[in-house]
Design a protein around this ligand. Sequence first.
Ligand code: IFG
Length: 507
Amino acid sequence: MSSSATETVPSVSKTAPTSTIALIPRPVSVTLTGETFTLTADTQILVEPEGPECRAVGEYLAERLRPATSYPLPVQAATGAPPPGSIYLTTSGRDPALGEEGYELTVTPQAVVLSAPRPAGLFWGVQTLRQLLPPAVESPTTQAGPWTIPAGSIRDWPRFPWRGMMLDVSRHFFGPEEVRRLIDLLALYKINRLHLHLSDDQGWRIEIRSWPNLALHGGSTQVGGGPGGYYTQEEYAALVAYAQSRHIVIVPEIDMPGHTNAALASYPELNCDGVARPLYTGTEVGFSSLCLEKEVTYRFVDDVVGEIAALTPGPYFHIGGDEAMATPLPHYIAFVERVQRIVQSHGKQMVGWEEIAQASLLPTSVAQVWHGGMGREAVRQGNPVIMSPAFKAYLDMKYTPDTPLGLHWAGYIEVRDAYEWDPATVAEGIGEEHILGVEAPLWTETVQTMADIEWMTFPRLMGYAEIGWSPAPGRDWEEYRVRLGRHGPRLEALGVNFYRSPQVPWE
Ligand code: IFG
């Protein structure tokens, strides 16, 4: 292709692009020139300004690229115009229209320039840069080059601010190392929220110093009777910091008033009859409830929310609120309205599963739509929603009847089903203006290992990432499936145990 030729991948493409790139999520606009930039042992990563946040993005990029290239890739403060052959990260003088997470990436044979108004935009631009390099760049060991990057320009920003995944660490517990690996994989696809489901009937997963038995006893088992586990407050704080270094906000969930058997087993006083419940290792739901008539319940909630909020810089605290079948509705409503104030008193915005919309919500509260049609009530109250419709976004749903893991109460969700929907049209009465974004929950009744997590999550999560980031017009399964297939070698280089759906032409 001659250097004068330019190939613009139309933002609304109905045919599989012949472009030499396969980016997920697809950027708002991409123009390729047909030339290339080549990374070499002399390549420097220059950062401007020298602030800690921008430098951290430069160091992150270098850490991602060093293992496979074995290049030194020094990270330095930019002093004047970047020399040829460098990668230049800058937040100065950028187009504010790109917002909090947008970026511009310009690649010529001489230099790579990544610019963004904010460090988060630089970080997401780095994920795009990673995907422009050959898949082998994700290998943990030295690979042969050449490490070429297609030349051109990309201008990009997200459709929704909330692009999330939820991991249920209660049904089966997953330690800090496994959560860090998940965080690293989420970052590559610009997912920026990780919702941790920290408590349920089967397990309490975070140390609460004023109620130590919650973790010590309530965290001592899991579905199937295994050893369970929990995060000490230091481990939780370290996970929050790790996620933050990947521009991912941790959203902690303590599910209440239902899904509380682990707490009810840990403290007799939390039960209306004053008798501690036995630990539960099954998979039923809807049988447990805090005792809402007792004041001690609200001291418990205040202590738990307070200790976790103090460890969580993000603005959100998820109080669950789902499937409270063992709680009389009037008591449930009063409970949600009281807990909402407790969460607010600790400086956080309440998030809850859609059932919370039966209560009167503060304007700052967010309802998570999953099943049952109560999201409309939240919208009627003027509250924003997160879209997690079970029949489209539940990662614990089987791909097909042959899938060994997972459930299928909401239906089977093959890779195409996970991609071919839109949050702004999937639910009657819930339009784009009410939606903060999308989130894919992975419930772990049947998910026990990191390999299980990866198999249920990838590749469907990549479709949710595109739904949350890319423009709705032009999203097309026939075009996307080819791009997704091109990510097979990248996922392999990352060691991801992904499901090779027969719907996708895997490279
Ligand atoms: N519904 C329950 C989850 C889990 C799920 C499994 C929600 C909000 C079914 N609540 O989804 O605890 O059991 O698919």
